[in-house]
Design a protein around this ligand. Structure first.
Ligand SMILES: [Zn+2]
Length: 347
């Protein structure tokens, strides 16, 4: 009997000690050590269950029941204390971390237009001011439009100028230049006068290096009408260059060969890095090549539905990437399509 009574007294004492300790403790760490002290495997309550093994059956049941009650009382007071501690921590945190509505917000990450797109749009704007319309034509073209109708027959050596992506379908290719759009525009508008810009992506099957990509943009100009002459070509292009690069920039036209123009030329602008004195950008020449141009070849006019005896025209082809490279001193054309945001974010 005395053993039983002692055990119950012991449990009661234990419970009140545990309770007062629990009430006094502060912080999560103290909670954890309290738990292992009073509810862990080696805690006095658990030890009592072990000691009961020697007791008589009747005693064992009663003491066991009482020990269980003490154990669940300890558990429930522990749960309450845990909740209270968490609440207190949360309230303290909220009290200290007040929302300061005057702090500037985080700036959202905004996308931007690709440097080629902004360059293209600037070119469109300038040409639009000069009365040009934008005419879009397909990137997948027929061999006929890309070459034949532009005065480049199948076995003509000039075909070597364009390394072409062929498709599995006979006669269907990726356009190597925007010039097939010339024939499409002429066939749509003939015999009306034409003043269009033909922009878009072109493809060439060639080794890439710092100045060659297998895909790039071109912007082509086409003007067709009565009494269009070389002075119109020169005046239009000079006007464009001055609006693009500034009033003071000088230009020159050198003779060059393209099968779909006659005569053909290339236009240079005075190097705006060194002002014509010669530097690494212009390779000491003082001039930068920016476009190819010429009077539309009579064969091309005829293919487009215009009588070359009555009508004439001029065309020019510019590279927006090249223009951007010169303007921002970008030394490698492969940057344009490499999708490296460190490059793209600069513009
Ligand atoms: Zn220079």
């Amino acid at each position: 009997m005395s053993e039983k009574k002692d055990l119950i007294e012991e449990l009661k004492a234990l419970q009140s000690k545990a309770k007062s300790e629990l009430e006094a403790l502060v912080g999560e760490k103290a909670l954890t050590s309290w738990k292992s002290e009073y509810l862990g495997k080696t805690s006095p309550v658990m030890q009592i269950f072990k000691r009961l093994a020697d007791a008589e059956n009747e005693e064992r049941a009663r003491i066991g029941q009482f020990a269980n009650e003490v154990k669940s009382a300890l558990e429930s007071m522990y749960e309450q204390k845990v909740n209270a501690t968490h609440q207190a921590a949360l309230s303290e945190e909220l009290a200290h971390e007040k929302l300061d509505v005057t702090i500037p917000g985080r700036r959202p990450l905004r996308g931007r237009l690709h440097i080629t797109t902004t360059t293209l749009r600037e070119m469109y704007r300038i040409f639009a001011e000069m009365g040009f319309q934008i005419y879009r034509s397909p990137e997948v073209e027929s061999d006929e439009n890309n070459f034949e109708l532009l005065n480049i027959p199948t076995h003509h050596p000039a075909r070597d100028l364009w390394d072409t992506f062929f498709t599995k379908k006979e006669g269907v290719i990726l356009r190597t230049h925007t010039s097939p759009g010339q024939v499409r525009a002429m066939r749509e508008f003939a015999p009306e006068p034409i003043r269009v810009v033909l922009p878009g992506m072109c493809y060439r099957y060639e080794q890439t290096d710092a100045s060659h990509e297998f895909q790039f943009n071109q912007v082509e100009l086409l003007v067709v009408g009565k009494k269009i002459n070389f002075a119109n070509l020169k005046g239009t292009l000079e006007e464009f260059v001055q609006r693009m690069y500034g009033k003071d920039v000088s230009t020159r036209i050198r003779p060059s060969y393209f099968p779909f123009v006659e005569p053909g030329g290339e236009m240079d602008v005075e190097c705006f890095v060194c002002g014509g004195k010669g530097c690494s950008v212009c390779k000491q020449r003082g001039w930068l090549e920016i476009l190819g141009c010429g009077m539309v070849h009579p064969v091309v006019l005829k293919n487009g539905g215009y009588d070359p005896q009555v009508y004439s025209g001029f065309a020019a082809g510019l590279g927006p990437e090249r223009i951007a490279m010169l303007r921002y001193r970008i030394d490698d054309i492969r940057n344009f399509w490499a999708n490296d945001v460190r490059f793209l974010q600069q513009f």
